[in-house]
Write a new protein. Structure first.
Length: 437
């Protein structure tokens, strides 16, 4: 039995990782020359650094299991991340109880309401029950409009832009997820040397198990006959297969030839999931930008929602310089998305100079920018009903990725790895049934 896995991101690597250990032929196709997808990295000055900022949480047990299996446990370190909030012309540190008490954008009564709301969210057993409740409504009912406008609203806009119908299930699960805090800040995990090691080790293991990996090979069409997968057309020719696993989020493009004849007409969720675009710039410079703060949320008139200073979580000595990310979440129709890389970087640097008055763009030694069309679903009201199952109604066609259940209500590296594994398990069950026949 041959299985073709489309996509060399974490979900695709995970599916191939588990399937190639099984008694079947596996071929992984990745249209880019490098593996990793959104977990891919730049090779910069003798080290690897992710194109998009990454870290893991203590609750991300599946990725920790894979890290252990691949012999990388000694590289996994847990570090305390300092968080800040830029409002009204200054940076407010919001880590220790004293710093939170000093946050002058909220009254004492507002802070009491905020703490009660956070504790209430952490105690919830089932955040998914709030799938049809607007996050805005939940916040205002649990606190008041002042807390919403001066604390939550800028966070929502930084993450989802002007889109308002976000599910409270996303917010509540995110609060529960980010509850591993000390009195100094939040504990986050990172692989010293970068997550490129995880990608490389998975690829080595997959190939050692007999999986063929074709980089730079684009799938142009699925071949389906009588509601059964027969293979895929690629830039390298036709590839016959018994099963196809699609892990790329651009499902509509892959399945569109079959919509007219009704093959995918029974899967309306494929077209109904909205995705965010992400524009993420990485800068190198000599000095620290934010005096110990790892993550800065921003309420200001700038074209980005957050600054993440990577070397305020990891030591500068690992890189020989300081590194920081600047990120915007947008839609394709947004003007920022349409601009060139150089135009975006100029706008980003102008915004940083506006926020951090002693920073000058001449300090930047180098920059890289990545624009990605599909980086996260928009977790809008009723999203739970749009989650795509692994097995489709087309025999031999499987779907796994950021649109799968492990990535709701917040996508993560852990969720993508679990989605790949769970999808592989569905394929393996099919193989067992066919052998019994």
């Amino acid at each position: 039995m041959r299985t073709v896995v489309i996509g060399g991101g974490l979900a695709g690597l995970s599916a191939a990782y588990f399937l190639s250990a099984y008694d079947g032929e596996v071929i992984l196709l990745e249209e880019e020359k490098d593996l990793g997808g959104l977990a891919g990295s730049y090779a910069q000055g003798g080290y690897f650094i992710e194109k998009f900022y990454h870290h893991i949480f203590s609750s991300d047990v599946f990725i920790q299991q894979i890290i252990k299996e691949l012999g990388l446990t000694e590289k996994l370190e847990w570090r305390t991340a300092s968080i800040g909030y830029y409002m009204d012309g200054k940076i407010h540190r919001l880590n220790t109880p004293l710093e939170i008490l000093r946050f002058d954008q909220l009254s004492f009564f507002d802070k009491v309401l905020l703490v009660k709301a956070v504790l209430s969210a952490r105690r919830l057993k089932d955040p998914f029950a709030f799938d049809d409740v607007p996050a805005t409504r939940w916040v205002i009912e649990k606190t008041n409009r002042s807390v919403y406008e001066n604390f939550f609203e800028p966070l929502f806009k930084g993450k989802f832009g002007e889109y308002e119908n976000i599910s409270a299930a996303w917010l509540l699960s995110r609060i529960k997820l980010r509850s591993n805090r000390t009195l100094k800040g939040e504990r986050l995990g990172y692989l010293r040397g970068g997550f490129q090691q995880l990608v490389d080790k998975m690829a080595e293991k997959i190939e050692s198990q007999g999986c063929e990996m074709r980089r730079g090979c684009e799938v142009t069409r699925l071949v389906i006959a009588n509601n059964k997968v027969e293979g895929v057309e690629t830039t390298e020719g036709f590839l016959a297969s018994d099963n196809v696993i699609i892990t790329t989020p651009s499902l509509s493009k892959a399945l569109s030839p079959y919509r007219a004849c009704g093959v995918v007409g029974q899967s309306p969720t494929i077209d109904k999931i909205r995705y965010q675009c992400t524009i993420c710039a990485l800068f190198g410079l000599e000095r620290s930008l934010m005096d110990g703060i790892y993550w800065l949320n921003i309420k200001a008139d700038v074209p980005f929602g957050a600054i993440i200073e990577h070397t305020n979580l990891l030591p500068r000595a690992d890189y020989g310089e300081r590194l920081f990310y600047v990120v915007s979440y947008v839609q394709e129709e947004d003007e920022l998305w349409k601009k060139s890389d150089k135009e975006i970087v100029d706008l980003y640097l102008e915004g940083i100079e506006k926020l951090i008055h002693d920073f000058h763009r001449e300090e930047v030694k180098w920059w890289e920018l990545t624009k990605a069309r599909f980086t996260a679903p928009v977790y809008e009201l009723g999203y739970k009903n749009k989650i795509i199952p692994y097995s489709s109604h087309v025999e031999g066609l499987y779907l796994a990725g950021m649109f799968s259940s492990p990535n709701y209500p917040e996508r993560s590296m852990d969720g993508s790895l679990r989605a790949g594994f769970e999808c592989a398990r569905e394929v393996m069950k099919k193989g067992k049934r066919e052998r019994v026949k």
